[in-house]
Design a protein around this ligand. Structure first.
Ligand SMILES: [Zn+2]
Length: 135
């Protein structure tokens, strides 16, 4: 499965979803701290931190205009592939996860048209789809 952007916010009342996607965005303060945050239309530097993974091989670091999420939870068992140093974001913005026998990729960037035309982003998405399909 490949999950994009806002899908991290889905299934707020289904705890198992966090184990599938590998993280959780908090719409409210149910975990005892402040809710997760977002900021649209910001310049984001994306660094490929795992150049060996099939999903990131050949992709260079990129700068995009998109939306960052902050103060969300990432499961310690995910494999970070892409990070950012944006001050309003959690560092891990693309990761690989496994759930039962399924390959999972989560890609946090993906708010709108500005990033959808970026060739590196499109390649990342294509490689993610191919990898989860077993290619
Ligand atoms: Zn968005």
């Amino acid at each position: 499965m490949v999950f994009l952007h806002h899908s991290l916010v889905a299934y707020q009342n289904w705890p198992e979803f966090e184990n599938i996607i590998g993280g959780r965005y908090f719409l409210d303060s149910t975990r005892g701290s402040s809710p997760s945050t977002y900021h649209e239309e910001v310049k984001i530097s994306l660094s490929i931190v795992d150049k060996q993974h099939p999903v990131t091989q050949g992709i260079e670091d990129i700068q995009v205009f998109d939306e960052v999420y902050g103060n969300f939870r990432v499961q310690p068992t995910v494999r970070p592939l892409v990070t950012t140093n944006h001050p309003e974001s959690i560092p891990q913005v693309v990761w690989a996860n496994e759930y039962m026998n399924s390959r999972i990729i989560y890609i946090q960037p993906g708010h709108g048209p500005q990033i959808f035309v970026d060739p590196s982003y499109r390649m990342l998405l294509q490689l993610a789809i191919r990898w989860v399909a077993g290619a």
